[in-house]
Design a protein around this ligand. Structure first.
Ligand code: 4NP
Length: 162
């Protein structure tokens, strides 16, 4: 299964989400390929934010080799599931994907923990290190829920009702 994590810059939140979910999937023996992208293009080719790298490393996950890239409409075909860090990211990607948008594959990351509550992973970009630790914990819990939900049965949709 191929899973994409999407935020705005692809340097703070989604690189953490990629690293965390890939690590959990590997440890669970799941043959998942996890990637990440940003709706913005400012950080294409850049390594993750130093504090994302640091907090991942403190938790035993190496994300230093990741490179930022921009979300593209092709991603709607390439990936089985696409998780967005906040509603703006989802709305922007929907607009970028145009006719290629597939609502059944797309959802907010935190819907896996709090279904229907439309909660966002807060952007830690403008704050200090503590925000990155909080984001790590939140994403880690959401990824546990994803492993639990999709790891057993491999369903092909996030939103079966849309
Ligand atoms: P991210 O955080 O979406 O979690 O990667 C941001 C990183 C960079 C910018 C905004 C958000 N930026 O405006 O450059």
């Amino acid at each position: 299964m191929k899973i994409l994590m999407v935020c705005l810059g692809n340097i703070c939140r989604s690189p953490l989400a990629e690293g965390i979910l890939q690590d959990k999937a590997n440890k669970a023996g799941l043959n998942w390929q996890v990637d990440s992208a940003g709706t913005g293009n400012w950080h294409v080719g850049h390594a993750p934010h130093k504090l994302s790298q640091k907090v991942a490393g403190l938790n035993g996950i190496d994300i230093c080799q990741q490179k930022g890239r921009q979300f593209s409409s092709d991603d709607m075909n390439t990936f089985d599931l696409i998780f967005f860090m906040d509603e703006d990211n989802l709305a922007d990607a929907k607009q970028m994907a145009g006719i290629h948008w597939k609502p059944a594959k797309a959802g907010l990351l935190l819907d896996s923990l709090y279904p229907g509550e439309k909660k966002s992973v807060p952007d830690p970009y403008y704050g200090g290190e503590v925000g990155f630790h909080e984001v790590f914990e939140l994403i880690s819990k959401a990824c546990d829920a994803i492993i639990y939900k999709f790891g057993k049965t491999h369903p092909s949709v996030i939103n079966p009702t849309v």
